[in-house]
Design a protein. Structure first.
Length: 288
């Protein structure tokens, strides 16, 4: 074999090696992308919220879930149910949008989940979102023992502590809307408002100590230090000067709004830096 032939063979081998290496890199990147995509969609995290108040006499554990949108985490949502049950909560608070109104399969998923949760001893409270605002669905939940709150109040008694729990079914608002025209919280009890949409300006005058909401999905796609990439037609809404309510805890003058990023998604069905979550809320007396 001549030197020229050897050089040609070596060049062909090097070319094949480069092509093979490039394919391996592409496949690795695709696999990593799929893993990140699925991890951000399917791996449920437990988010903890801890609040103390002098009116709380016992340590109380509540769970908030929201915005399932017909998603399943395992067969019949068994992974989600196990994660909820493992927290040994005193009550489960569900803040709406368990399915899309046009999605009958998603509705079945929501029904199975709520029926399963209602079979336990832990009381389940629910308020509607705009997608699952369906009287037939609400009646079905009530038949399971879920307490559907539609401008209704319940006193949640745990140990020696009374929690005032109020739920609204408002998912659309007008300029003069003010929840204080309908109800106001009793200042003698720690109070919680369940309201799917985090419309704080419309609720604040009613005086609830903690408002639990969903709806925003935390923006679905978030970036470190920048927050939500896009929401309601605005790029990077949390970077602007105006106050926006997207994800997490907002506190002012001793009152709190907490927005969970929820469990499901709307189109496009992607999440990043913002995994699906259940929220474990611990209410406790002040530390001495």
């Amino acid at each position: 074999m001549t030197a020229r032939q050897k050089n040609r063979r070596s060049a062909k081998y090097s070319a094949r090696k480069r092509v093979f290496s490039t394919l391996i890199i592409i496949l690795a990147l695709v696999a990593a992308g799929i893993f990140v995509w699925r991890f951000n969609l399917d791996s449920v995290k437990v988010n903890h919220l801890n609040l103390s108040d002098a009116r709380i006499k016992d340590e109380i554990t509540l769970i908030q879930i929201t915005d399932l949108h017909g998603k399943s985490f395992g067969q019949d949502n068994n992974r989600l149910v196990e994660k909820i049950r493992s927290q040994s909560a005193d009550a489960i608070l569900v803040t709406g949008d368990l399915y899309f109104g046009y999605d009958s399969e998603g509705k079945d998923v929501a029904v199975i989940l709520m029926q399963t949760l209602a079979e336990d001893q832990t009381p389940v409270y629910y308020v509607t979102g705009e997608h699952d605002n369906d009287d037939e669905f609400h009646d079905l939940l009530s038949s399971f023992g879920v307490q559907v709150l539609a401008f209704d109040q319940e006193i949640l008694q745990i140990g020696t502590t009374d929690i005032e729990l109020y739920g609204i079914n408002s998912v659309y608002f007008w300029e003069s809307y003010n929840l204080a025209n309908e109800v106001s919280a009793d200042p003698d009890n720690f109070s919680i408002l369940m309201a799917h949409i985090p419309n704080l300006p419309k609720y604040k005058d009613a005086g609830y100590d903690l408002i639990l909401s969903g709806d925003t999905h935390g923006g679905q796609v978030r970036l470190p230090f920048l927050g939500a990439v896009w929401m309601d037609g605005v790029w990077f809404p949390e970077m602007g000067g105006s106050e926006v309510y997207v994800k997490g805890l907002y506190s002012k003058e001793g009152k709190h709004l907490f927005i969970s990023s929820g469990l499901g998604t709307v189109s496009p069905h992607i999440r990043f830096w913002n995994r699906p979550e259940i929220v474990v809320i611990t209410l406790s007396p002040p530390q001495p």
